[in-house]
Design a protein around this ligand. Structure first.
Ligand SMILES: [Ca+2]
Length: 103
């Protein structure tokens, strides 16, 4: 018995070669593409966190903000750096965990 997708199914895109059958190989290819996309976005997120930390550091060092304003923003900056550092640490930790699982 041949299994079919319903007309205009959202899963028609999984039939990569267009033969009307969604094979296990095509499902594995889609899973690999999804994993790649996830890793790409995690990498971009960690880069954005690093750039945000560097940008905030540059703004704090430049004489744009007065000492009074910097003192007011001190607590906010601390939380911001801890949060951004946490994102970067989580990214590298997840990468190390995934690489360890592949061996
Ligand atoms: Ca196919």
């Amino acid at each position: 018995m041949v299994k079919k997708l319903e007309p205009k199914s959202e899963f028609e895109v999984l039939d990569i070669d267009g033969d009307g059958v969604v094979s296990d190989q095509e499902l594995r290819a889609v899973e690999a593409l999804d994993a790649h996309d996830k890793q790409y976005h995690q990498t971009r997120l960690s880069y954005c966190a690093m750039i945000a930390m560097l940008t905030l550091t540059m703004i704090a060092v430049l004489p744009v903000l007065s000492m009074e304003k910097l003192k007011i923003l001190d607590g906010l900056f601390s939380i911001f750096f801890i949060t951004m550092g946490g994102i970067i640490a989580a990214y590298f930790g997840a990468q190390a965990f995934v690489q360890r699982g592949k061996k």
